[in-house]
Design a protein around this ligand. Structure first.
Ligand code: ZN
Length: 244
């Protein structure tokens, strides 16, 4: 069984298509696991939801998904994010609205808990420190956890032999070891923030116990042009060039 792990598509249809093409080139997957924020920031919210729904998948809600359907208000968002959120809300149809509304905050799949932010605060917390990783891992019942939200590929490892958490840069390949518990962030498909503008995602081979991290180039200029045409904040378009 192979599955793709994706997060933070953020209405970037061109990046999402590039990732799906890359998955196909690598032999395909049986299922996609989506860690939230399908919409927000980018110029194709409805199309991204519709494309995801063409695939066998499961997923959780992100803060931008909830803000777009007014499940949370945008008062905590910075002005640029709030403007994009209002733009997004106006472009959802009934079907995409209902889809986002039905997304759970937390999901369990085998040995993994799926959540957008963190198990303790599913759509709020940015899981960036080993200290917080430790607390969050203690509050789930599965061995491992998959998170998004920060848009930064990241790995926290807890070894039963060395009882502390280590924060390490996400390697290209991770072997699931029964003596370890992991929290993994696959990075962002549609708005990477680790200084690498390429789309980021992972494929997991559950049978062999391996996770693979991939980066995929896509046509950033075409997305920026579309964002300009739609009147989305220019800062959101510019940052795609830098992966920031
Ligand atoms: Zn996000």
């Amino acid at each position: 069984m192979r599955c793709a792990i994706i997060a933070d598509i953020h209405s970037n249809l061109v990046a999402f298509r590039a990732v799906l093409d890359d998955i196909t080139c690598r032999g395909g997957v049986e299922e996609i696991w989506c860690l939230g924020d399908i919409v927000g920031y980018g110029p194709n919210p409805r199309e991204c939801i519709e494309l995801l729904r063409e695939y066998r998948h499961c997923g959780v809600a992100g803060n931008h998904d909830w803000a777009a359907i007014r499940k949370i208000d945008v008062s905590d968002f910075n002005p640029v994010a709030a403007e994009a959120c209002n733009w997004t809300a106006a472009r959802l149809d009934e079907s995409s609205f209902a889809y986002l509304d039905a997304l759970p905050l937390v999901l369990e799949r085998g040995d993994f808990t799926l959540v957008h932010g963190s198990p303790d605060a599913p759509i709020e917390e940015y899981l960036l420190s080993s200290y917080r990783a430790m607390f969050n891992l203690s509050s789930i019942s599965t061995r491992h956890c998959l998170v998004g939200h920060s848009h930064i590929p990241m790995l926290f490892v807890f070894s039963t032999q060395y009882p502390d958490y280590r924060l390490v840069a996400l390697p290209d390949e991770i072997c699931l070891d029964c003596s370890e518990r992991l929290i993994v962030n696959p990075g962002s498909v549609g708005q990477p923030r680790d200084g690498d503008p390429r789309a980021s995602y992972m494929i997991m081979d559950i049978t062999s116990g391996s996770l693979y991290h991939y980066r995929v180039e896509y046509d950033i200029l075409s997305v920026q042009e579309k964002m300009r045409c739609e009147g989305l904040p220019s800062r959101l378009a510019i940052r795609l060039s830098y992966g920031q």
